[in-house]
Every structure is written in structure tokens, then in C-alpha cells.
Write a protein that binds this ligand. Structure first.
Ligand code: RUQ
Ligand code: CUA
Length: 629
């Protein structure tokens, strides 16, 4: 068995994996990229958190990406990667991910694996039910896990929770060509804790479903007070109708302050724009587009079968999995099978929408993914296992233990219309004894199972970065063919680019010193700079002149309260440095780029503010010449 498993995950040296796996970084704020079936780590994509390795959030060009209405926020908690979809299938163009803490959604361009768009979500707290996308990526959604009063009305007693705290189901429009995100509208909904979401597909493609807990609207001791009700809710929203209402002018524009940050491949820089208002619909005013479906005990995951017929919501404290029928939902709405209203929203009768419950599953169901053969796979945190069940028959057919305490799970295409039936990856919360101990802190652990047969077969354990929550996987060929190898230097529109070594210069403007520097194997130009003085702010604008795959250059300077730059071929990046003392400051290339990488260095001489040292520089092609003024 072990030998058999090993051969199934063996990817020979020099060979590519069959799938990319994108795992959220959780409290690292980043996203991991692994190959499947090998479990090899390919990349760590910086998103919401500063990344010293790449200079993300440290370089002047990338800093605006982390700008929010709270100012520069260099960390977040990223939970759910979601691949962009075309006709309900993963298309490999972009991957979205939510920032939970300071509510944000990011879009990563999968030609460069770079974060190119981050939008803040107004009127929200804990953007957890996010960023799931509709069938053709018309929208990505968000909703508040921590309901809060609307922006600008937030200085209220916490005890007025029921009256003042609201959820905000947010619909972010995604431009079909550029991918550019914008907040299209929000629906103000009762202040529950909206936990997860998925859009419908196929028959249900016009709908989005959100799970919620704390329908008690407790604001303290949630562990006890939010578990009182026998049922909480799945919220079903017809986004097509909501969109139409907004188009008809039914929305109300309210003031809000949130940032939208975009990164350009041409200027290699980010721009941060402040947005000042948002269009909202109030749920109680549009009861025809929004319904609550009762769902047992504090549901978490919310997943839709590949054909769009079933909605699976997992009650964390329930022992069965309720499966809702989209067809029955439509009929229940038509026949007004309501049991009452909550916050102006009609509550449908549980039995009128339920297709059936799956009995005998496990304890603590969290999330469900689907394969291509009509089976669902649900993770059980408490009983620490994956349970495989038949979607139509709603019977358990197999179960496999996970090590330990699985959270999310991922099947390539497992939330799309076209899942693959090869693997499921368990993303486990607790690692304990699975690897060599590394003190009190252990990496989280993923496990790969073969699901091509009747029984799941454990193949591989591999550690992951941060705390992966959700993950998405996609056949590699959908991405490989579009992957960029370098940026064309002739397209570089950075305001501080220089396109040849001859253009290298150092320019003083008052107390600001701009160094226009090039990097090419194996020198920096200029490599010696004199005439910098205490009190100056120095900006190293480094252009990597290489036009070849995988030849970045790094740049760092002694004592800088900053990180390095890592400049891709054809890119320009800027490092700010405020010298703290007079003296000699070596700088160098940090990425072993060539046989003479060690020689890729220079000096900056910093003199006292009163000194009379003229600004001069030399280096690279001009090294033999007299220093230039
Ligand atoms: S949530 S398992 Cu964002 Cu389930 Cu983590
Ligand atoms: Cu360039 Cu090392």
C-alpha cells in the first residue's frame, strides 16, 4: 500500500505536477501555491501582508496596495481562495481571496501570480463569507461575520446590537476583460454572523447562498448565547433581481469611505483611490429577492452541487447534514411556504426546502466539495474525518480519518460545474505528531487522498504555510500556457525607469535624492554614490534590465528600516532609505544571479548635514571614467 501510494504522488525530477493547488495563508495573509500530487511548494504569493522576500508592501510601488480607510494595514487574515469562473468552470485567469480582519478582497493575476487589485468592503466587519463568485464571475461576494453598525453611525452602545448592528451582503462587480473590481451594491441584512457563501450554478445560477449563525443576535458570550436556537439560517439572494432593482434606481446611495488599490503591469506601481459612497438596498424593502432557509445549529460551510440542484449547509453542532433542493426552494417561494418573518425577510419552512438529511455522518461538519461521479465529501472537524456520500441518495458510502481536525477540503474544480475525480486534499488544523517537532509551533498539515476508486486512499502528508482555510486546485495546463516569463522593458512605464545603463543618474531635489539605477548581470549602475547627507531621503529606483526568465535581482542597503527589493526582469522598483548616521553604507544584490553575483555591490557615502561633499556617482559601464556630477 505504501509503495503504491508513493508511486501515485511521485513526480520525477524535472517533470511538472498535474494540478496547481492554491491554499489560503490564513493568518499569514498570503496564498501558498503547491503542485499536486507531489505537495511541493511552488510559491508564496504576497497579498495582504508585507513580504520581506519580495519587498511587497516595502517598496514604494507596492505600498499603496495595503492602503485602507484605516491607513496602511500591512497584515490580514486570508481565508478563501476562489478561482474565476467561466460557465461555472475554473478558467485560470484570476484567483480571488478575502481579507477577514480589515474587510478586503484581492484579485491575483495568474499570468504573473501577482496581486493586482485589492478592494476594501465598506459597512462590514470580518469579511468571512467571501469572495465566492457567480457562474461567469459577474460578481464576487462578501458579507459580515461580525455585523457592525453602518459606517458613520457606529458610535452606539454595544447593547443596542439588535437594533443597530447589520450585515452587508456585498456584490463586487468584476470587469469581464480587465478583471477590475468595484463595489456594485450592498444589501443591508439583519445583524447575524454571516459565515460562508457560494453562488448557484446551472439551474440556480442567479442565486447566492450565505450561511449565518448567531440568529440569536447575541453580542456577548457567543459560545453559549449564539447556540440557543435550534436553527439558524441560510440566506438565499437572487442577485439577478437585485442587480435589476439597482439598475432601476431602487438603491440608495449612502456615504462610505473605502479604498480601491490597483497594480499596473505597465508602470509596475500601485494606485490607491478613495471611494466615497456606496449603493445599498435594504432587505426589508426588497422581500421578493431575499429569503431565509432555516438550517440546523450554527451552520458553517455552504456548498452547491456541480449541477446547481442542491445546497449543502453544514451545521457545526448538528449530527446530520441538511441538503436543500433548489427546485423545492423555487416552489416554496411560489406557494409562499413561509413560517414567519425575521428582520423583514420571509423565512421559508424547513421541510418545504429540504431535499433530505444525510444521516450517520460524523461530528462537526464544516465544508463540502464534490467529485465528477455524483459524490460529495464533507469535512468533520470534531470527528476528524472526511465522509463521502451520495448526493442523490444521501447515504454515506465511505469515510477516512484525517490527522488531525480537518477544516476545509479541496477537490480540483470541487466547487465548479466540472470537478475532477482524482484527489481530495484535507486541510487540517492540528498537526501534533505528524512531523519532526519544531518546538511549540508546528506548521499546519495537508493530506492528499486518491478518490478515483470507491474507497478514499491516503497518499501523502505535507506541511503548509500559515493556516490554510479553503484551497482551490486547477489543472496546470489552464495556467501554464499563459504564464508570463518576464516583463518587456520597452513596455515599462514606471516614472523612474531607465532603459539603459547610460541613463543612470543621481538627482538631488532639496533633501530628496533619487537614484536611477540599473541592475544587470553582474553590476549595479551606479555602484558608488557620494554626497548624500544626513537629513536626506534617498529613493533607489532600480530597473532590472534583464530580458530572460527567472533572473530577478535583489537590492538591499545596510541599516535600512525596510526590506529588500526583488526586481523581476523588465521591472522597476523603488526602495526608500533615510540614513540614520553619517558613514559608509554598502548596498548589494541579494539574489544569487550569476557567477559574479558576489561582486554585484556598491557603496553610498553619507556625510554630516553641514558637509560640503558634492553629489557624484560612478559605476558599471562608466566605472573607468571620472565620477559624474
Ligand atoms: S473557514 S476552516 Cu474561513 Cu471553515 Cu476556515
Ligand atoms: Cu544580481 Cu545577484
Amino acid at each position: 500500500m505504501a509503495g503504491d501510494a508513493a508511486s501515485k504522488v511521485y513526480v520525477a525530477p524535472g517533470k511538472y505536477d498535474e494540478f496547481y493547488l492554491f491554499t489560503s495563508g490564513g493568518f499569514s495573509g498570503q496564498m501558498g501555491v503547491y503542485g499536486l500530487p507531489s505537495g511541493r511548494l511552488l510559491r508564496n504569493i504576497p497579498i495582504f501582508s508585507q513580504d520581506p522576500q519580495s519587498g511587497w508592501g516595502y517598496s514604494e510601488e507596492s505600498k499603496p496596495m495595503l492602503n485602507t480607510s484605516h491607513g496602511f494595514v500591512p497584515w490580514d487574515d486570508s481565508h478563501h481562495p476562489e478561482l474565476s469562473k467561466t460557465n461555472g468552470e475554473d478558467d485560470g485567469r484570476w484567483i480571488f481571496i478575502n481579507g477577514n480582519n480589515t474587510p478586503r478582497i484581492a484579485r491575483i493575476d495568474l499570468t504573473t501570480f501577482k496581486t493586482v487589485d485589492i478592494i476594501e468592503i465598506p459597512n462590514a466587519g470580518g469579511n468571512h463569507a467571501s469572495p465566492f463568485c457567480t457562474e461567469n464571475t459577474e460578481y464576487v461576494v462578501g458579507n459580515s461575520r461580525f455585523s457592525v453598525p453602518l459606517d458613520g453611525k457606529d458610535d452606539v452602545p454595544i447593547s443596542t446590537f439588535k437594533e443597530n448592528f447589520k450585515g452587508a451582503a456585498t456584490f463586487i462587480k468584476v470587469d469581464p476583460q480587465s478583471g477590475n473590481m468595484s463595489v456594485s451594491f450592498q444589501i443591508v441584512v439583519p445583524g447575524f454572523n454571516y459565515d460562508l457563501a457560494h453562488a448557484g450554478k446551472g439551474v440556480s445560477k442567479d442565486w447566492v447562498f450565505f450561511t449565518s449563525y448567531n440568529s440569536e443576535q447575541a453580542h456577548n458570550l457567543l459560545e453559549v448565547n449564539a447556540s440557543q436556537n435550534d436553527k439558524d439560517f441560510v440566506m438565499a439572494i437572487n442577485w439577478k433581481k437585485a442587480e435589476a432593482l439597482v439598475a432601476q434606481g431602487k438603491g440608495k446611495k449612502i456615504p462610505a469611505k473605502y479604498m480601491h488599490n490597483t497594480y499596473s503591469d505597465k508602470t509596475h506601481s500601485a494606485t490607491s483611490t478613495e471611494e466615497k459612497e456606496v449603493t445599498v438596498l435594504f432587505a426589508e424593502e426588497v422581500p421578493e429577492i431575499i429569503y431565509y432557509i432555516p438550517c440546523p445549529k450554527s451552520p458553517h460551510g455552504c456548498d452547491v452541487s456541480p449541477d446547481g440542484k442542491y445546497i449543502v449547509a453544514s451545521g457545526k453542532l448538528a449530527a446530520t447534514i441538511p441538503v436543500f433542493s433548489f427546485e423545492k426552494l423555487q416552489k416554496a417561494i411560489e406557494s409562499k411556504a413561509f413560517e414567519g418573518k425575521v428582520g423583514g425577510i420571509n423565512v421559508l419552512k424547513y421541510d418545504a426546502v429540504l431535499a433530505g438529511e444525510v444521516p450517520g455522518t460524523g461530528l462537526g461538519p464544516l465544508h463540502t466539495e464534490f467529485d465528477d461521479k455524483g459524490f460529495a465529501y464533507t469535512s468533520f472537524f470534531v470527528s476528524s474525518e472526511i465522509v463521502k456520500w451520495d448526493v442523490e441518495k444521501r447515504t454515506v458510502v465511505d469515510r477516512a480519518p484525517t490527522y488531525y481536525s480537518i477544516g476545509h477540503l479541496c477537490i480540483p474544480g470541487g466547487d465548479s460545474k466540472k470537478p475532477s475525480g482524482k484527489y481530495v486534499v484535507a486541510l487540517n488544523k492540528i498537526t501534533k505528531d505528524r512531523y519532526l517537532p519544531t518546538g511549540p509551533e508546528l506548521n499546519q498539515s495537508a493530506q492528499l487522498f486518491d478518490i478515483s476508486g470507491e474507497k478514499m486512499q491516503l497518499l501523502l502528508d505535507f506541511p503548509t504555510i500559515g493556516e490554510p482555510h479553503y484551497a482551490q486546485a486547477i489543472p496546470a495546463d489552464k495556467i501554464v500556457k499563459n504564464s508570463k516569463k518576464f516583463f518587456k522593458i520597452e513596455d515599462n512605464g514606471n516614472p523612474f525607469v531607465i532603459k539603459s545603463e547610460a541613463e543612470a543618474k543621481v538627482v538631488r531635489t532639496g533633501k530628496k535624492v533619487d537614484v536611477y539605477m540599473t541592475a544587470i548581470r553582474s553590476h549595479l549602475n551606479p555602484d558608488n554614490i557620494e554626497g548624500i547627507k544626513m537629513g536626506d531621503e534617498v529613493y533607489f529606483h532600480v530597473t532590472n534590465l534583464e530580458q530572460d526568465w527567472d533572473v530577478p535581482h535583489g537590492f538591499a542597503v545596510k541599516g535600512n528600516n525596510n526590506a529588500e527589493l526583488l526586481i523581476m526582469p523588465g521591472e522597476t522598483q523603488t526602495l526608500k532609505w533615510v540614513p540614520d548616521r553619517a558613514g559608509m553604507f554598502p548596498f548589494y544584490c541579494t539574489d544569487f544571479c550569476s557567477a559574479l553575483h558576489q561582486e554585484m555591490q556598491g557603496y553610498a557615502r553619507v556625510s554630516p548635514a553641514s558637509a560640503n561633499v558634492p553629489l557624484t556617482f560612478s559605476g558599471g559601464a562608466t566605472a573607468a571614467e571620472e565620477p559624474k556630477k
